[in-house]
Design a protein around this ligand. Structure first.
Ligand code: CAA
Length: 240
């Protein structure tokens, strides 16, 4: 049986690596994106993976978008909630808007993506939820009060969903990537980035593919008993 996977923010960065890895593993994959039509089209041309544009921060857009994916590929068995943004600023400079944008996309976006497909997973008695959290949800980060709040919130979401889903063979787990070589990390000022790399015992940024392989384990049928857990993948930078 071919299972269907949905990856939010799945056409760029870590999400693109996850989409490709799941396709290579034989899943039917759909990826969402928020704004960059050009990159999404290039991703589809390169991989053959269909991309769908909607704002994960909006419940109705998510519900309608997810219904389209299901009409196209069949019921969604696997959700990888990966879409995320940063609006970094020291707290004394952080605006209510910067707070709200990050909460709406990173945290409410997880609710909006999982909630519409949850009843179907319960009915079919199978589901896999993977939420891409962050090292900064575990340790906090200067200039990321908003982002760290959402990434710590992800861990509460999966631990709670795990308890609700287990009786119907639905698992929910989180991955906390450390600093990975993506546009998001490359947007950090170079001097700051260099100081971050100096704190990583592995001596380098992670690769998106290294996170994708964690996802591929968690969504497999064999990972049924791994539920509510957090995989930390950060090159030894931080231990919980
Ligand atoms: N720890 C302690 N102090 C720090 C600091 C840190 N990590 N970073 C900056 N500071 C200090 C600076 O030295 C400076 O001090 P002084 O005032 O004494 O000079 C002060 O804080 C910064 O003040 P600014 O007014 O210059 O700050 P700014 O308004 O220009 O903001 C910034 C700059 C947004 C903090 C910028 O430095 C930045 O983007 N930093 C990176 C934050 C970060 O690590 N984000 C992670 C992005 S990657 C990601 O999120 C992916 C993931 O999941 C891992």
């Amino acid at each position: 049986m071919t299972r269907t996977a949905l990856v939010t923010g799945g056409s760029r960065g870590i999400g693109a690596a996850i989409s490709k890895e799941l396709k290579a593993q034989g899943y039917a994959v759909a990826a969402t994106y928020a704004g960059n039509d050009e990159k999404a089209a290039a991703f589809t041309a390169e991989t053959g993976i269909r991309t769908h544009k909607w704002d994960v921060a909006d419940y109705e857009s998510s519900r309608v978008g997810l219904a389209h994916v299901e009409a196209d590929l069949g019921p969604i068995d696997i959700v990888v909630a990966n879409a995320g943004i940063t609006r970094d600023a020291p707290f004394h400079k952080m605006t209510p808007e910067q707070w709200r944008e990050v909460i709406d996309t990173n945290l409410t976006g997880v609710f909006n993506t999982v909630h519409p497909v949850w009843p179907g997973m319960r009915e079919r008695r199978f589901g896999r939820i993977v939420v891409i959290s962050s090292i900064n949800g575990q340790k906090g980060q200067f200039a990321q009060v908003n982002y760290a709040a959402t990434k710590a919130g992800d861990l509460g979401i999966v631990k709670s969903l795990a308890q609700e889903g287990a009786r119907n063979n639905i698992t929910a787990n989180a991955i906390c990537p450390g600093y990975i070589a993506t546009d998001m990390v490359m947007a950090v000022p170079e001097a700051v980035r260099d100081s971050i790399i100096a704190q990583i015992p592995a001596g380098r940024l992670g690769k998106p593919e290294e996170i994708a392989r964690c996802v591929s384990f968690l969504v497999s049928d064999e990972a049924q008993f791994v539920n509510g857990s957090t995989i930390t993948a950060n090159g030894g930078q931080y231990f919980v």
